[in-house]
Design a protein around this ligand. Structure first.
Ligand code: ZN
Length: 470
């Protein structure tokens, strides 16, 4: 039984899929005007872990996400660089795909761009106007927020407070266009010939930001979603407005479980351009040689909690992941001389740790507690490796359990030698040959060379083992 913290009720609720064993899940994607920052990467990873765990639990998950490829930020960026909007959007959409790949973030079942659903957006807006939920004003179309019963409840916002905030943000011109300061744009009139725009019943214009997610989730999933996810900063206004638009149009509940992930702070400070600590994933990958450590770092904090990113916390993650890799690899080395059979007491222990892992993940995806079970398995692997006799079936179960659980965190390739440089690899191979030839002088030399390169080598009855020295 999986329980999920629902932002709307502020409670952990028992998860019940609308259609048994199927999950419809929508997660807001980035605005493609720049490389994504570490906070966007965290969100994509948090929901990738949710998706992987639901699949592990036997659900067939359809995962839809978007690229916002028309918006003020993109228009401004295009103007700055003297290119058109689609050049900017294409560049950063491609960069998203390239940068999320080494982090093992699985592609969405459907990833749609706002500009691919413009006719659907126009129909959606027309429906809102027909139902009296939206009105045209000087080429813009606004949603009547107060007409929607319960506007603001998702983010637990007080209506009077929202009104005061909204009024403070608007200039006089916007005030005259809106019936009420808290109304929000679902369609925006185009004010310049150079800007990207589409013909609509209200003149030339483009969609407001929030509308695309309402349209795509209905088009590619259903009127009611099992899960809708995104960063906590999206709860208001973005998700609040998505909810109002969608429910106003369909008269049905929009989302059963609203999930929001926490922020990423950099060196204990909120990330912002003005503080100079704005960290893009693109730069992180360029400056760091082990993407799986970044993945591990971002996946193993409980998704609702904040993450503090610093070179120290990333190094801690690397050390922890190396412990898992070393335990896994040592067990793998022992497979070469494992004997047929199984050890039932060890297997019972393994199964108990797997159950503990599931118990933790069932509890609103408590990854730190789940990770503790993985470390129990690694400890077990280390002690089992030291035994005189290792049974093949038991060692296999242990290896498979560790890799399956780490796979749910999206961390794979535990024994992958690609983490070694070409030089390290060839020295290790040369050393195996040297020992076969009984050239111990050479093998000692190679060991020293490897040590200088950060690899320590140990000879055991079953062959050479290595690990990173850090
Ligand atoms: Zn959205």
């Amino acid at each position: 039984m999986i329980r999920i913290y629902n932002t709307l009720s502020r409670e952990k609720e028992i998860f019940k899929a609308i259609t048994p064993k199927k999950v419809n899940m929508y997660v807001c994607g980035p605005t493609v005007y720049n490389y994504i920052h570490i906070g966007n990467a965290r969100s994509a990873i948090a929901f990738d872990v949710v998706r992987r765990y639901l699949e592990y639990r036997g659900y067939d998950v359809k995962y839809v996400s978007n690229f916002t490829d028309v918006d003020d930020k993109i228009i401004n960026r295009a103007r700055e660089e003297g290119v058109d909007e689609m050049t900017i959007a294409n560049k950063y959409a491609t960069a998203f795909d390239e940068d999320t790949l080494p982090l093992n973030i699985r592609p969405a079942s459907v990833r749609s761009r706002a500009t691919e659903v413009i006719p659907d957006i126009i129909t959606f807006v027309q429906d809102l106007v027909t139902k009296g939920y939206a009105y045209e004003s000087q080429g813009d179309v606004y949603f009547r927020a107060k007409k929607f019963h319960g506007y603001g409840i998702l983010a637990h916002q007080d209506l009077a407070e929202m009104e005061a905030n909204a009024a403070g943000r608007l200039n006089d011109e916007e005030m005259t266009r809106k019936e009420d300061p808290i109304d929000f744009a679902v369609w925006k009139a185009s004010h310049s010939e150079e800007e990207i725009s589409w013909q609509s019943p209200w003149g030339k214009g483009r969609p407001g930001w929030h509308i695309e997610c309402s349209v795509m989730s209905q088009k590619y999933l259903a009127n009611t979603l099992d899960i809708h996810g995104g960063g906590i900063d999206l709860a208001f206004p973005h998700h609040t407005n998505e909810m109002a638009q969608s429910e106003a149009r369909t008269g049905q509940k929009f989302v059963n479980y609203w999930m929001h992930n926490g922020f990423v702070n950099v060196n204990n400070e909120k990330m912002s351009k003005s503080l100079g600590n704005f960290t893009t994933l693109h730069d992180m990958l360029a400056n760091y040689d082990d993407p799986m450590t970044i993945r591990y770092f971002l996946a193993t904090t409980q998704y609702r909690r904040p993450i503090n990113y610093s070179s120290e916390t990333l190094e801690q993650a690397r050390g922890a992941l190396d412990r898992i890799r070393t335990g896994y690899r040592n067990l793998l080395f022992r497979m070469d001389n494992a004997v047929v059979g199984s050890d039932s007491t060890i297997e019972d222990e393994i199964k108990q740790h797997v159950r503990d892992f599931e118990f933790a993940m069932d509890d609103d995806f408590n990854t730190p507690n789940a990770l503790a079970s993985v470390f129990e398995l690694v400890t077990l692997a280390n002690t089992y490796t030291d035994e005189n006799e290792v049974k093949k079936a038991t060692a296999e179960l242990l290896l498979e359990s560790i890799s399956t659980m780490m796979g749910i965190f999206g961390v794979d390739g535990l024994a992958d030698r690609s983490e070694l440089t070409t030089e390290q690899k060839s020295l290790l191979e040369a050393r195996v040959v040297a020992r076969q030839m009984h050239n111990f002088e050479l093998s000692d030399q190679l060991r020293n060379q490897l040590r200088d390169l950060g690899i320590s080598v140990e000879d055991t009855a079953t062959g050479q083992r290595w690990k990173h020295e850090r």
